[in-house]
Design a protein around this ligand. Structure first.
Ligand code: TPP
Ligand code: MG
Length: 278
């Protein structure tokens, strides 16, 4: 198992434990971005968990903010705050509310949750680094359902027009949104063609393959005069067969079979890590 695969497994385990403890949460869309977070925080991003506001850091914006648990698990595993804090998800006085809040959680750069707004902030932040000629990079993950928001396409136009090559936009194409397949709700058609037509450098890759994600990011580093987009072909509920197959897997209230399967997944992920010697 590669180091990045091991990191993905650790993050996936913490997401499952956190939602088991809470009893409900946005499991499907959290699981589909784990490999991407693993590559970003485990390899390509310039970060300093001991000093989250380090001026030279790269910025990460989870535009699909409902996947907060995936970001919290990543930050905790990377040492931004203790793992035990993950058990406070959604508590009244928590530092990790269901959607990310930059004033509450160490390592959260931007408050998100209202779909369409995270990507808009991301392009503004990238523009500010471009104006001040700073080397900081900006990374953001947008949901495929989120792309139903007109505001997303305004932000894409802005990124393309300003040639924001210091920004990498990931689109998590897990083919589903809140209450069904994206093709039935508002069809995205061919996302790659659309983003290309907006003037981006685009690559579409498998979103569960850490090496492919890393190589795509490194390829985008070579782009100098265009905004960059990586489309992640993923599965909502990725990495846990039962939840991949479960049609209503956006927000789950665990009980009966769905709770049993979560316990099973936790045991399997623990065993995988133990086999690897953690
Ligand atoms: C402006 C806005 N409208 C509606 C919602 C409610 N909402 C939360 S998640 C979601 C579906 C998002 O689908 P997608 O972006 O595909 O997320 P994923 O599949 O990754 O979970 C919706 C409609 C919201 N958070 N913000
Ligand atoms: Mg989706």
């Amino acid at each position: 198992m590669s180091d990045l695969k091991k990191l993905s497994t650790k993050i996936r385990l913490e997401v499952c434990k956190m939602l088991k403890h809470r009893g409900f949460g946005h499991l499907g869309g959290s699981l589909s971005i784990i490999e991407t977070l693993s590559v970003l925080y485990g390899d390509v991003m310039k970060i300093n968990p001991q000093n989250p506001n380090w001026e030279e850091r790269d910025w990460f914006i989870l535009s699909k903010g409902h996947a907060g648990p995936a970001l919290y698990a990543t930050l905790a595993v990377k040492g931004y705050f203790p793992l035990e804090m993950l058990n406070t998800l959604n508590n009244n006085d928590t530092r990790i509310p269901s959607h990310p809040d930059r004033l509450k959680t160490p390592g959260v750069d931007v408050t998100t949750g209202s779909l369409g707004q995270g990507i808009s902030l991301a392009v503004g932040i990238a523009k500010s680094f471009q104006i001040s000629q700073k080397p900081n990079r900006v990374y953001t993950i947008v949901g495929d359902g989120e792309c139903n928001e007109g505001q997303v396409w305004e932000a894409f136009q802005f990124a393309a027009h300003h040639k924001l090559s210091n920004l990498i936009i990931f689109i998590d194409e897990n083919h589903k949104q809140l209450d069904g397949p994206t093709k039935d709700i508002i069809n995205s058609f061919d996302m790659k063609e659309k983003v290309e037509a907006f003037g981006f450098a685009v690559k579409r890759i498998s979103g569960n393959d850490e090496l492919a994600i890393k190589n795509a990011v490194l390829e985008m580093f070579e782009v100098k005069d265009k905004a960059c987009c990586i489309i992640l072909d993923t599965i909502k509920g990725q990495g846990i067969k039962y939840y991949e197959m479960l049609s209503d897997n956006h927000h789950i209230r665990f009980s009966g079979e769905s709770e049993f399967q979560l316990d099973l997944a936790i045991e399997k992920l623990k065993e995988e890590l133990e086999r690897e010697g953690r």
